[in-house]
Ligand binder design. Structure first.
Ligand code: GRF
Length: 208
């Protein structure tokens, strides 16, 4: 399968997935990296690894990037099967959601539907989890629809929230699980092991 990854930041999930493709664990190739931040760590890593970088500024019109319609055309040109959001902070425009239905995934650092939606990003998520008194947190991989963090949930992992945790400590504990669960999900995706239940819930089938 051919994968596009979207990043705005350091890109540790992107790196984990890229490593897994190189090791042959994931039967797919990252053929293009899309970013709204051309100078971010993820974009740098892509350039270092000869992965083409496409700049998509999102809502703001910028002379440097492509429009939503051009991005759809570019992704088609790269014959991309799946879009993987990995720390991409902009809302995905409707043109993309419609062009790639059931083919866009995101990872979010809380157990959705809790602590999701606009405004819940980065350390803010973990601060809110700690502030709520929740005893558990963990990443969610979900399909992307027209809004932030509301698409169908595909996979989750649970980590404890420890007494005296700082947001940074909790973020690090969740992030290490993010890398594992995202790689597992993308492995399944590339092996056509995602099935859709009649009520619209996606499930991961185990290998036969
Ligand atoms: C992760 O916590 C992810 O859940 C969130 O943004 C962060 C990205 O981290 N959407 P990285 O850029 O993959 O290191």
């Amino acid at each position: 399968k051919r994968l596009a990854v979207f990043v705005s930041g350091g890109g540790s999930n992107f790196k984990a997935i890229h490593e897994a493709t190189k090791q042959g664990l994931v039967h797919g190739d990252i053929t293009v990296l899309v970013t709204d931040k051309p100078g971010c760590g993820g974009a740098e890593y892509a350039r270092d690894n000869q992965i083409p970088v496409v700049i998509f500024p999102g809502s703001k019109s910028s002379p440097d990037g492509v429009s939503a319609a051009e991005l759809v055309a570019t992704l088609r040109k790269f014959e991309v099967d799946f879009l993987l959001l990995a720390g991409y902070l902009k809302l995905i425009p409707i043109e993309l959601v419609q062009a790639f239905r059931r083919s866009i995934l995101n990872i979010h650092p809380s157990l959705l539907p809790a602590f999701g939606g606009k405004g819940f990003y980065g350390l803010k998520v973990h601060e809110a989890v700690i502030g709520s008194g929740a005893r558990y947190s963990g990443p969610t991989v979900h399909f992307v629809d027209e809004q932030y963090d509301t698409g169908r949930i595909l996979a989750q992992r649970v980590v404890p929230v420890l007494t005296d945790d700082t947001a940074e400590q909790l973020a690090a504990r969740v992030l290490s699980q993010e890398h594992q669960v995202y790689v597992e999900v993308v492995t399944a995706l590339c092996e056509d092991r995602i099935v859709w239940r009649d009520d619209g819930v996606p499930l991961i089938r185990s290998r036969d």
